[in-house]
Unconditional design. Sequence first.
Length: 117
Amino acid sequence: MAMRPTDFGGAVAVDGYGPGFFRVGGEVFHGPVLVTDGGGQGWGGLDDTDALLALSGRVDVLFLGMGDQIAHPPRDLVEALEQAGVMVEAMASPTAARTYNVTLGEGRRVACALLPI
């Protein structure tokens, strides 16, 4: 069976990651990164709630990568995002990046916020 590249319809996917960095649309980001269909941007981590709340109305689901292991995100952050209409799914950052890419490829309104591994 021939493998065909995923068509993201012009949206930007997570290309790769490693210790302390993420590659998004060919650009390398060191530290936490917020990724939407338009590309990646540096993110201030779990304390940077404004960047995540700004996703309200633009995305339905935020995949929250908690680093190399799954961890519970701060409850007040999750509640604030859900009140703003953004569902939060917390998981390890590699899993969040892959899940973001798959759902983005399905044409869904998603974003991911990733803490480095």
